[in-house]
Write a protein that binds this ligand. Sequence first.
Ligand code: PEP
Length: 251
Amino acid sequence: MAHLKPVLAGNWKMNQGPTAVNAYLDAFLAAHAARTDRTVIMFPPALTLATVRSRLKERPDIRVGVQNVHTEEKGAFTGENSALIAADAGAHFVLVGHSERRHVFGETDVESAKKCAKVVEHGMVPVLCVGETIEQREHGDTEQVVLHQLRTGLSMLDHEAVRGVIVAYEPVWAIGTGRTATPDDASTVHRVIRAALVELVGDGARDIPILYGGSVTATNVKALLAADEVDGVLVGGACLDPASWATICGA
Ligand code: PEP
């Protein structure tokens, strides 16, 4: 069981536009009353962020973020989102290095580091995602892969900034597959991440939330949240159903 306030984060990926989001939020907000003992964060598509923010005016307990930013903050990068613009649009959190960014779009560890630095520069919190593929796990490389992604991803931040990040351990083999890591699997890697964070910035690292992500559902969330060093969850598929998401946020 973690000592931190749990963080429940929902990554909508490329789902729910400004029209669909109204019915979704009607259902979710009716089912989830504001609570001060947890942090709920939603990551809608950037094009839906303004609508979500205006719907959440009366619900400051729910925070919002974007799913990605470019390494540069402005210029000739057609189609990209910048940290400068995300902050201006009201984002407080940014997913960095999500496995789909790494494995579908080829994002490197160094790009993740640059993105974390930009996100911090603009006063937002990076949620740095790390995780191994099934081949890397079967080869016994989980720890090495995760630590390399973690250390490189945080390498452009000073100690104070590192203490302000959120880390998400998301094994690639568990994302969108229905195959969840066991609470013990999650704890094993979370302990390794915690030790590396403490080594990097000292005892303040004990207050950095480490989330688990990968096929979290309304059914398995409680067991995962009860696991040692699991401070919250990052949820994809199950956050798209308002009833499941409300159950997860109430777990
Ligand atoms: C994710 O996209 O971060 C994720 C964990 O997805 P899912 O919950 O669908 O596995």
